[in-house]
Design a protein around this ligand. Structure first.
Ligand SMILES: *[C@@H]1O[C@H](CO)[C@@H](O)[C@H](O)[C@H]1NC(C)=O
Length: 201
């Protein structure tokens, strides 16, 4: 293992830390918003502005995480098997499909739908069932994992595959928090709609 992944590189652990930090941060921030309106208060009561600010923050953290990942891979040993043409080239369709999943789900959901708007009370009229949500239930997460894996393969870095595994674990944990919470928020809205008749938006 030691010749596959160099665990003595601090950049490896810094990348791992940012992979763990990001979904942890946005889940804590979103819950604080839902329960205490922390972000909305920070933006003078404007929940839409608060959600945009969170979106910019999460997006920037994502860019930074990608940068740290790339820096970490640069310091890691390369494995020749991953650079054999068939495996090396498989990274291209993997990267493209991953990015199609991420970008098309952002397009389908919009900014507030992508970045936890439901925690701000900004709900969609109905769940999105169009592409890519008819292909996978969590296109953003699956697409992101595919892009991480593609980068690891393309650069021939076993350490990248390990870090991709960590991304997948973090998203699995995040979904266990997010999915039931989102379902609950929409159930509440539907109940209020029934009670309030046409009053609910
Ligand atoms: C998903 O929807 C798209 C159009 O939005 C369609 O072209 C595609 O065939 C659908 N895929 C599945 C698996 O239903």
């Amino acid at each position: 293992m030691s010749n596959l992944v160099d665990f003595s590189q601090s950049s490896f652990w810094i990348s791992a830390a940012s992979i763990v930090f990001n979904p942890t941060f946005w889940n804590i921030a979103a819950r604080q918003e839902y329960h205490n309106k922390v972000i909305t208060k920070l933006f003078g009561g404007n929940s839409r502005l608060g959600c945009y600010a969170l979106a910019v923050t999460i997006f920037s953290l994502g860019i930074f995480r990608d940068y740290l990942y790339s820096e970490a891979l640069a310091a890691q040993p390369t494995h020749p098997t991953l650079l054999s043409p068939a495996i090396h080239l498989s990274a291209i369709p993997l990267f493209l499909s991953g990015n199609i999943l991420v970008l098309s789900s952002m397009y389908a959901l919009g900014v507030t739908g992508t970045y936890l708007g439901d925690y701000f009370g900004i709900l969609m009229d109905a769940p999105v069932t169009s592409f890519p949500f008819n292909v996978t239930d969590a296109p953003m997460y699956h697409g992101s994992v595919m892009s991480f894996l593609a980068t690891a393969i393309w650069k021939g870095k076993p350490a990248g595959i390990v870090l991709t595994g960590l991304v997948a674990v973090m998203y699995t944990i995040a979904r266990q928090y997010e999915d039931p919470f989102t379902t609950m928020i929409y159930q509440k809205r539907d109940e209020e709609r029934k009670k309030g008749g046409k009053k609910a938006q």
